[in-house]
Design a binder for this molecule. Structure first.
Ligand code: NAD
Length: 495
């Protein structure tokens, strides 16, 4: 039974006695259970987080940084362990899981620089003998609610920076693969993090609502689907919380007629089918511009068809299962709807059976050509290994497709023309943009976030945006008694 991690302790009994199964998606079998916490569990977490904030926020940034430095080394030693936990509950290949842990670890490396990152601004003599400076102070108890698809990386976009800034953090991971979060918190304790600075509470929307309604939580960081992101944003506003809520995506990769076709195809294959398409930066739409379309579809098909779909325990696996039976059925319904609406199904990943893993939630690589912009498979996020090719007559038409789509997480263009690429990066209405790079995920020292229906709130995650999100700005104006002129002043002071 997977419980909570509160005040440095594994709490395997909860007050509600409710739990749900966790599945190994490769086998379609329950491997464990996770508790669904209730109000009493949440109260225990909150008390611990509030208490820990008092001393943690008054530690010097350098001391906080040193705990993070130790954490970095401990994480490095545990990459394999963490990756195995991820692969077992999520299903992604071991190499992919390792890569995701490393991308999270890079945020820890960034957060180690917190003494520098918290430096404010100073102006001497803003008025006669008056100095002014700004400082950034922690918010208090902060919270993060995370999705199933990156059980290490997404939480690590949040808590290392929040904690480095002097906050305490309550993590509510996805109930589909919660074990990794517990391990991450346990390792942080091993690095010397005081009890209660990072607590993990497991559960479903009941716990999410407790977080949202609590006046003791100062900020909510959310990553997940768009309807929930919107709900989180609106509900958090009611209790005056800071909120960053990252939602779903439908990332377009534009292939211009002058693109290096082989590079574009390789880029698309990895980005569309890697992690079974369950990445918010997966490429789910390829926009074929002009006469490159036939060759592009043909070459994608040739490379997608032989991809090795297998459980993570098979080291040759290039693509694992999707997260649940329900999700597999949903993806297959989308494939049927594409057919019903008249798209051309070039490669069909349904009905894939893997010997020895007949009950696993596998969907093979799927490719649609001649997708139109009014189709459901084009407009909605499928979150599976389904690539839609849409044909555009020219660059302007391709750019309009990118800009008129409701989602705005990532996009990319493959071209050899610098002018076209510059026009694209300047004019696309998307948060993260690649040029001849299929998945333009920003590094930890830049910030991650989309536009439109892919992000609600004002701040992206990690990088300096993360530091701003997790701190309040204070500006001090000061002069000393001997320099003060006698008598009150009734007009606005000017220089
Ligand atoms: P999800 O929205 O179903 O769940 C995310 C979190 O919200 C979980 O912790 C879950 O317990 C909670 N939750 C679910 N339903 C809720 C409800 N009705 N009320 C309150 N809380 C609720 O998302 P998921 O299926 O776990 O993850 C996949 C989604 O996440 C995809 O849409 C994907 O694009 C998105 N995602 C986005 C990014 C990004 O950076 N934009 C990154 C990763 C994943």
């Amino acid at each position: 039974m997977i419980g909570n991690y509160i005040n440095g302790n594994h709490i395997n009994k909860n007050h509600s006695s409710k739990f749900i199964d966790i599945y190994d998606p490769s086998k379609g079998e329950s491997v464990d259970k996770v508790i669904l916490s209730n109000k009493k569990d949440f109260d225990d977490v909150m008390q611990s987080s509030k208490n820990a904030f008092i001393s943690w926020s008054s530690e010097t940034p350098l001391k906080r940084s040193r705990v993070l430095q130790k954490y970095k080394y401990i994480l490095e030693k545990n990459i394999e362990t963490l990756a195995k936990i991820i692969s077992t509950e999520h299903g992604k290949t071991l190499d992919d899981a390792k890569g995701s842990v490393i991308r999270g670890l890079e945020v820890v490396e960034f957060a180690i620089g917190i003494p520098h990152l918290l430096k404010g601004e100073f102006s001497q003599n803003v008025g006669s003998n008056i100095d002014s400076w700004s400082i950034r102070q922690p918010l208090g108890v902060t919270a993060g609610i995370t999705p199933f698809n990156f059980p290490a990386m997404v939480p690590m976009w949040m808590y290392p920076i929040s904690i480095a800034c002097g906050n305490t953090f309550i993590l509510k991971p996805s109930e589909k693969d919660p074990s990794c979060s517990i391990k991450l918190a346990e390792l942080f304790s091993e690095a010397g993090l005081p009890d209660g600075v990072l607590n993990v509470i497991n559960g479903d929307k009941e716990v999410v609502n407790l977080i949202l309604n609590s006046h003791d939580v100062s900020s909510v960081s959310f990553v997940g689907s768009t309807p929930v992101a919107k709900y989180i944003y609106e509900s958090s506003a009611k209790t005056g919380k800071r909120v960053q809520a990252l939602g779903g995506a439908k990332n377009h990769l534009v292939v211009m007629p002058d693109a290096n076709l082989d590079q574009a195809v390789d880029g698309i294959i990895g980005a569309a089918y890697g992690s079974a398409g369950e990445r918010c930066m997966a490429v789910s739409v390829a926009v074929a511009v002009g006469d490159i379309a036939d060759k592009l579809v043909d070459n994608i098909n040739k490379k997608a068809e032989p991809l090795i779909v297998a459980p993570w325990t098979d080291s040759s696996s290039q693509m694992g299962p999707v997260i649940s039976e329900e999700h597999k059925n949903k993806i297959e319904d989308y494939i049927q709807s594409g057919l019903d609406e008249g798209a051309k199904l070039v490669l069909d990943g349904r009905d894939l059976k893997i010997q020895g893993y007949e009950n696993g939630y596998f969907v093979g690589p799927t490719l649609f050509d001649n997708v139109k912009k009014d189709m459901k498979i084009y407009n909605e996020e499928i979150f599976g290994p389904v690539l839609c090719v849409i044909r555009a007559r020219n660059y302007d038409e391709a750019l309009n497709l990118v800009n008129n789509h409701a989602f705005g997480n990532g996009t990319s263009i493959y071209t050899s023309d610098g002018e076209v690429s510059r026009h694209f990066t300047t004019n696309c209405k998307i948060g993260m943009v690649g040029v001849n790079v299929p998945i333009p995920v920003p590094m930890a020292f830049h910030s991650f976030g989309g536009w439109k229906q892919s992000l609600f709130g004002d701040h992206s995650m990690h990088g300096t945006e993360g530091v701003r999100f997790y701190t309040k700005l204070k500006t001090v104006t000061s002069r000393w008694p001997n320099s003060i002129k006698k008598g009150p002043e009734f007009k606005m002071p000017t220089n």
